[in-house]
Design a protein around this ligand. Sequence first.
Ligand SMILES: O=C(O)CCC(=O)C(=O)O
Ligand SMILES: [Fe+2]
Length: 203
Amino acid sequence: MSQMDIFGASQKREVLPGLLDYLPGFITAGESADLLQHLINTSPWTQRSVIMYGKAVLTPRLTAWFGDRNIDPVFNGDGLAPHDWTPELLSLKERVEVESGIEFNSVLLNYYRDGNDSVSWHDDRDGLEGRNKFVVSLSLGATRSFDIRRKDDHAIKYSIPLESGSYLFMKNDFQKDWQHRIAKSVNIIKPRINLTFRVSKTV
Ligand SMILES: O=C(O)CCC(=O)C(=O)O
Ligand SMILES: [Fe+2]
């Protein structure tokens, strides 16, 4: 898998023109470290299960979902309503809205305790509103590789290291044409939290 040349960038990089923008240092190192600890300690973490080959399997990561009160819980992995926004998450939401120009109504937190935690190939379309599924992803803590591949040709794939404090904007047809994952990485022992701001369907 080729490694994209995104090192040394201090401003927005168009990783895939019109589809994927990467902005390192969106949150400063100090604030990222504080937020990581705060979110680890205070978020209502749950481990979701998915049905695979007819059996319930625990997903290898912890999640917490926050959002507006009118969000349709049917589309959440465990069918539960999102938790109410916290002041910290609301302020991050406002910052990503200014940067992206999109108004979001929910955020999914994924907590990767170490390199054994992961998320397998998928796209982010379930439960999201609109034709184009715009998602902003913030990363805190350990750098993990964000792998992407084209749905119609899995040989077209890239790996983007998501640094602490970075902002990734998945826009236009990215979710329609590409899949993404965070693979396991045995030598990573530090935690990482990823926040994906979404426009979820409402009731
Ligand atoms: O952890 C990440 O960077 C990606 C998380 C993700 O793909 C998701 O929550 O849908
Ligand atoms: Fe995703």
